[in-house]
Design a protein around this ligand. Structure first.
Ligand SMILES: [Zn+2]
Length: 293
């Protein structure tokens, strides 16, 4: 009676402890009547050789997926490095992929959005790679320097810094270019002369100007004489006045002023004029819309 048959004894709840059996049990062919037990014993007897690193065969290993995005103006592509690697090889491949994607993944809106997902996923893989005990051999890849010492890290930090700067200045800067002045918004008086930007104010705060109409100069083949242009813009503003203020220009306490194209902005295609309410003197508080003032 061999140990093998003993292991098959139905009175035994489980197989005996492994070591002795390992020494005594011959491999059981799959066709054997003792197939089930044999397979379990075969497993105990000769555990399958651990899968070594795909690159250098070292152990221990884990499976890793590193991605990199290369964006273009209209296209983007993603390269994937996937497989079973030891720690140093995974770090080598992952750090290179991370640096490349942090450099080339920003060009194009879609690519940038995808890149924002790829970078954290690579970072998670790199942390797992760093946690694996390193046991490199001569075929192992050189982990190289950490991602944060590579060019991609500087590009990534510059991109994040720029995004932060744009977000903060958009949130805090009240200066507007005149092409973005909208009906119903209030502004500080920029003074006479050529202007390109104005300071926006809350209409609840004291302000000098409130946009009540935007119009377009049409039918001029070249930059019109100023008096001709002002006739047109004044007529447009007066026509829109009562609809906004709630009383006619003649009966209102407000005056209006106009921002109109200069010869320079005209040459650049500017045909817009902006009608602004202004008090007879000083500043005013509150919107004039439908005020009847
Ligand atoms: Zn390796």
């Amino acid at each position: 009676m061999s140990q093998h048959e003993q292991g098959f004894d139905p009175t035994l709840g489980s197989l005996p402890p492994a070591p002795e059996i390992v020494a005594l049990t011959p491999p059981v062919p799959p066709s054997s009547g003792h197939m089930q037990v044999g397979q379990r014993q075969a497993t105990l007897a000769s555990p399958p050789p651990p899968t070594g690193c795909r690159t250098c065969a070292a152990t221990p290993t884990d499976t890793f997926t590193f991605r990199e995005v290369a964006g273009g103006f209209f296209t983007w592509k993603m390269k994937t490095t996937e497989g079973t690697f030891c720690g140093p090889c995974a770090q080598s491949l992952g750090r290179a992929a991370q640096s490349r994607t942090a450099t080339t993944g920003w060009f194009g809106f879609l690519a940038a959005v995808i890149n924002l997902g790829v970078i954290p996923m690579n970072a998670v893989g790199l942390r797992r790679a760093a946690a694996l005990p390193a046991n490199p051999n001569s075929s192992s890849l050189d982990p190289g320097s950490s991602f944060f010492k590579r060019p991609g890290a500087f590009v990534m930090l510059a991109v994040f810094g720029l995004l932060g700067f744009v977000a903060v200045s958009a949130a805090t800067d009240s200066t507007k270019t005149i092409d973005r002045m909208n009906v119903g918004e209030c502004f500080a008086d920029p003074g006479l002369g050529e202007i390109t930007t104005v300071e926006e104010l809350a209409c609840d705060e004291p302000h000098e100007l409130e946009v009540f109409h935007r119009g377009t100069l049409m039918g001029f083949s070249s930059f019109p004489a100023e008096d001709v242009m002002f006739d047109v813009t004044d007529a447009g503003c007066i026509e829109a006045f009562a609809g906004y203020v709630g009383t006619s220009y003649e009966n209102s306490s407000f005056y209006f002023s106009v921002i109109s194209p200069t010869s320079l902005s005209w040459r650049q295609g500017d045909r817009d004029y902006i009608c602004l309410l202004t008090p007879a003197s000083g500043s005013t508080v509150g919107s004039a819309r439908d005020s009847g003032r």
